[in-house]
Design a binder for this molecule. Structure first.
Ligand code: ATP
Length: 369
């Protein structure tokens, strides 16, 4: 298996920059997700790793070997485009064996590897069946088997579950992750779906308009987003953003929100240098509490069984609050809101960058409490 490293990878199509000076390491055995909205440069990055596209500048290293200008077939990487691309006239065994047969692999080895792959995917019972009559999940497993049977150094997957309905997609997410855990193969997975990324990735790289914004494990991305974009893109409902009025009174541990309410600040590890700031707080880090400093009117309640999302209009702006299912909130009623300030993230409004929080153990404990 392989470590993939890209260094200052840059791709321009004419004047348009699709990927801007991207640097990251995809560790051996990681399930690494490239996440971002349509057009942000995910596929272009993946194609440069695969050798299907050459960069304008920068390098691609596979196990420390510079493969930037090696053709795709010289890289021993499997690109899984579309999992449903099977040969309909062949049975499952032949579909799995085909990539090896075309490589001239001896018959006995083909047989051993088909059986080994079928065992990994738990599809031994399907080997003699024609692919035509298979259920969608089984077809997907055979298609995946076709990619893993070659034992490439790494797998690249471009929205492989994109065309599936939600229920089946959830199932295939679990299957893919389970398979990854069994074979431990370095995988780079492209998606625009943050839920898919968060549920599968060991590491996630968030891209936006060609820029790589942050590379981090899922929880780190969620708890400590590096930019406003990341904070907004990850989480559903997303983080609430409230404009801070005037400068920050970080020495006093307070921020004054638009509308005049003062709320406590997280402890910062850096001195705020900008002029305008945004106070970010996740919906689950706000409590409905009559003694809370912010007051507002309940605009809507989305009841979801064990929990609910309450939308509250305050002088500082509209906020989403995630509460337990038993908390009663009535549309039109005035409520107080308490903010778990240690979990808030302060952003510089101009650069959109998050200010570093002090994450000393005592503070982290307080934040988690
Ligand atoms: P999507 O999921 O929509 O494919 P993406 O994040 O994978 O989004 P890319 O396919 O990498 O995005 O495309 C990034 C940008 O580069 C897009 O604006 C796209 O139009 C542009 N682009 C990609 N390939 C080319 C090309 N061959 N010529 C010109 N522009 C291109």
């Amino acid at each position: 298996m392989a470590e993939i490293r890209i260094e200052k990878l840059h791709k321009a199509f004419g004047d348009f920059v699709a990927v801007r000076d991207s640097t990251m390491t995809i560790e051996d055995g990681h399930f690494f997700v490239l996440l971002g909205p349509s057009g942000c440069g995910k596929t272009t990055t993946l194609r440069m790793i695969a050798g299907l596209e050459f960069p304008t500048s920068g390098n691609v290293l596979l196990d420390n070997e510079d493969v930037t200008y090696h053709r795709g077939r010289e890289r021993d990487i499997a690109f899984v485009f579309q999992m449903f691309a099977l040969y309909p006239h062949m049975n499952c065994y032949r579909n799995l064996a085909f990539p090896l047969i075309t490589q001239g692999t001896p018959r006995r080895e083909v047989r051993e590897r088909v059986i080994e792959t079928a065992r990994l995917l738990r599809i031994e019972h399907l080997l003699k069946r024609p692919v035509g009559g298979l259920a969608a999940g089984d077809r997907q497993r055979i298609a995946l088997g076709r990619a893993i049977i070659r034992r490439p150094k790494a797998f690249l997957m471009d929205e492989p579950l994109g065309a599936l309905d939600t229920e089946f997609r959830d199932l295939m997410c679990q299957e893919l992750r389970g398979l990854h855990n069994r074979i431990d193969a370095t995988t780079v997975y492209v998606t625009h779906d943050q839920v898919e990324a968060m549920s599968m990735g060991d590491m996630i790289a968030v891209m936006h308009q060609g820029d790589l914004l942050q590379v981090a494990p899922p929880q780190e991305l969620y708890d400590n987003p590096a930019t406003l974009f990341v904070a907004n893109f990850i989480g559903s409902p997303p983080m609430n953003f409230l404009d801070v009025e005037g400068g920050l009174e970080s020495d006093l541990g307070k921020a004054r929100l638009v509308g005049g309410t003062e709320v406590a600040m997280p402890t910062l590890a850096e001195r705020p240098a900008g002029n305008a700031f945004v106070y970010g707080i996740r919906p689950e880090h706000i409590r409905i509490d009559d003694n809370g400093p912010l007051r507002g009117r309940v605009f809507g309640v989305e009841y979801m069984g064990a929990r609910q999302v309450v939308t509250v209009d305050t002088d500082a702006g509209r906020l989403k609050v995630r509460t337990g299912g038993s908390v009663s909130a009535v549309v039109g009623e005035t409520v107080g809101l308490d903010i778990m300030s240690a979990r808030a993230v302060i952003f510089d409004q101009k650069t959109e960058r998050a200010l570093a929080r002090d994450t000393s153990p005592a503070l982290a404990e307080a934040a988690n409490g």
